[in-house]
Write a protein that binds this ligand. Structure first.
Ligand SMILES: NC(=O)C1=CN([C@@H]2O[C@H](COP(=O)(O)OP(=O)(O)OC[C@H]3O[C@@H](n4cnc5c(N)ncnc54)[C@H](O)[C@@H]3O)[C@@H](O)[C@H]2O)C=CC1
Ligand SMILES: N[C@@H](CC=O)C(=O)O
Length: 361
């Protein structure tokens, strides 16, 4: 038996021992809520939560943060939102590693990631808005990373499937990405894997939302925006500094539903049904299936959209929220390297965040 206790074991055996990692959690929704549950497991013993926030309230007091009903209580109790107070809570802690965990979809918060990194905090994120956003923001992030902070981004693509890490490793070894293709959305995978015309598309979408697969505004999924962001993240990891306007994006959101607020959109989901039923019937008549694919070809042309694929296409062999990433590289050039598995859902995404946080210590 080893005479040296791991940090996890040391903290577990002595709850007063200083944990290695102090963390602030931004966002206590579907993913943030699942992350809070993981914090109560032995695997997270080395992490001390020193602050948590939703969009309107936050908490920095230890007794409230330790409350298992924290997520519910934050809906009606807590201090007014203020990033500075959360960062001060991190500063006040003597942990060696200080991390801000972003489990929101908020673009404004994502735009602060670079500043937090430059100030010496690490950032772990499920929020894709910065790494998958405009090119100047991404470049600022790369510059901030040069100052030593680490950016845990596993949750941003494939909900933690080892895609980003694989691309980085291949690149590190001198391999070069040639093409990238697949299904990058868990919710759209769930929808098109099941949609057979026997029930309305809108009913499946409601279910996908209840299960926590969609973005807070499901139009981000249906518009192709979320898939485009993931394609940008992967392309940039592979060395292609693409701009968002270089990705051709097909939206499944009818014009009439684009400008309305989320509640109105959710109340009018049935307007999606007829156009998708027609597309499905056309594809079926030709023996094809519909899948929402992302593609980056060898000339750097990028497209995301609904594609009619033949019955033997690899994307027809997906189940549930499966994502599929087929990577052709200079060394994987006869058959692509394929990474496949569940690509959305609170538990797997929260686990990706936890893995990135633990990797900081
Ligand atoms: N649901 C999934 O399967 C996956 C989600 N993600 C990403 O995780 C993120 C969160 O998604 P969900 O949990 O489903 O969303 P959600 O809508 O359930 O939760 C979002 C949370 O962020 C909070 N929030 C918004 N603005 C904030 C601010 N300025 N400060 C503090 N908190 C703020 C909201 O109050 C809410 O608690 C999104 O960026 C999404 O793309 C990533 C991979 C998979
Ligand atoms: N809404 C996203 C969740 C993960 O990023 C998806 O459907 O893939």
């Amino acid at each position: 038996m080893s005479a040296v206790l791991t940090t996890e074991a040391a903290v577990a055996s002595n709850p007063l021992a200083s944990p290695a990692i102090a963390a602030v959690l931004l966002g206590t929704g579907v993913v943030g809520g699942a992350f809070l549950k993981l914090l109560n497991t032995p695997a997270a013993a080395s992490i001390r939560l020193v602050g948590a926030a939703n969009s309107r309230r936050q908490q920095t007091q230890a007794e409230h943060l330790a409350d298992r009903a924290l997520r519910e209580k934050l809906k009606s109790h807590g201090d007014v939102r203020n990033d500075a107070a959360l960062l001060a809570a991190l500063d006040a802690h003597d942990a060696a590693v200080k991390v801000v965990i972003d489990a929101t979809a908020c673009g404004t918060l994502a735009s602060r990631h670079s500043e937090w990194l430059a100030r010496g905090y690490h950032v772990v994120t499920a929020n894709k808005s910065l790494a998958g956003g405009d090119l100047p923001g991404w470049r600022t992030l790369q510059a901030a990373l040069a100052s030593g902070g680490r950016y845990g981004d596993s949750a941003t693509v494939g909900a933690g499937l080892p895609v980003i890490s694989t691309l980085r490793r291949l690149r590190h070894c001198g391999d070069a990405l040639l093409t990238l293709e697949g299904v990058f959305s868990g919710s759209l995978s769930y929808l098109f894997n099941q949609y057979d015309g026997s029930q309305p598309f809108s009913a499946l979408l409601r279910r996908a939302r209840e299960l926590g697969y969609t973005e807070p505004d499901p139009r981000c999924d249906l518009s192709g925006e979320d898939v485009a962001r993931k394609l940008l993240i992967l392309a940039r990891c592979a060395g292609f500094a693409l701009r968002p306007d270089e990705v051709e994006v097909e939206s499944l959101v009818p014009e009439s539903l684009r400008g309305v607020d989320v509640e109105t959109f959710l109340a009018r989901l049935e307007e999606l049904d007829e156009p998708l039923a027609a597309r499905f019937a056309e594809a079926k008549a030709r023996g094809g299936s519909l899948r929402f694919l992302a593609r980056l070809n060898q000339r750097g042309r990028a497209r995301v959209g609904l594609v009619e694929v033949p019955a033997n296409h690899p994307a027809t062999r997906l189940y549930g929220t499966d994502n599929q990433f087929a990577l052709s590289t200079t060394r994987y050039n006869t058959q692509p390297l394929v990474i496949q598995g569940p690509g959305a859902g609170p538990e797997v995404t929260a686990q990706a965040l936890l893995g990135d946080v633990l990797a900081l210590a």
